[in-house]
Write a protein that binds this ligand. Structure first.
Ligand code: 3PG
Length: 213
């Protein structure tokens, strides 16, 4: 089985928030806050023990498409898809996770940080990779230079992106979508600052209108 491309989904969702949830009860209000601000996708990370339950909660809310982030084991990949995740994101590349993504036919965006990482993914026929951590590694100049020998790929950068620098990423054709946590930080969720999440999501979507034609 082939791993499906995430590009049709990412074309509809130029921003994919990276969400860290400590409590299952926050999953639905967080999803609703993002959707109220115009964001219709979320990557719920396996950085907390309740990630799969949170994915299951969000998956019941049809206005948002939920995926799993920080997937570091094939077991987490299976758990995520079972819970309703529609895509998988990892900080690095794992052939074992790619095998699960192929078997379950779910899009997989592994993280890459150098050309060897990109080459490790080649046999899986992927077309979109996560560029992580984007800004600390060298930002747009680095990914543009690194992508040149691999024209088959688009990238989803995460790490260090926010309202001040998102424009340059959105303007670049090799960037499929931009990820980040600035509009939905752990602190905002834990303090139930859902209106702030909506306002920052709205601001992010305004920037999409401005920079992505
Ligand atoms: C990720 O997991 O992709 C990043 O931690 C998100 O990065 P940010 O918090 O700098 O947006």
């Amino acid at each position: 089985m082939a791993i499906p491309s995430p590009q049709p989904f990412l074309a509809e969702n130029p921003i994919v928030p990276v969400v860290v949830l400590d409590r299952v009860a926050d999953a639905l209000p967080t999803a609703k806050a993002l959707v109220a601000g115009g964001i219709k996708a979320a990557e719920v990370t396996f950085r907390t023990p309740v990630a799969a339950e949170c994915i299951a909660e969000m998956a019941k809310y049809p206005e948002i498409t939920v995926g799993a982030g920080t997937v570091t084991t094939p077991e987490q990949a299976r758990k995520a898809v079972e819970a309703g995740a529609k895509f998988l994101v990892s900080p690095g590349f794992s052939a074992k996770i790619a095998d699960v993504a192929a078997e379950l036919e779910v899009p997989f965006l592994p993280g890459i940080a150098d050309p060897s990482d990109i080459m490790a993914t080649l046999e899986y026929g992927l077309d979109t990779l996560k560029f992580f951590p984007a800004v600390p590694l060298g930002g747009l100049p680095l990914i543009k230079a690194m992508a040149a020998p691999f024209p088959q790929f688009k990238f989803m950068p995460t790490g260090g992106i926010g309202p001040k620098n998102i424009g340059e990423w959105l303007s670049e054709p090799i960037i499929a979508s931009v990820g980040g946590s600035w509009m939905v930080t752990k602190q905002m969720v834990n303090n139930a600052e859902f209106e702030k999440i909506t306002a920052l999501s709205q601001e992010a979507m305004e920037l999409v209108k401005e920079y992505r034609s």
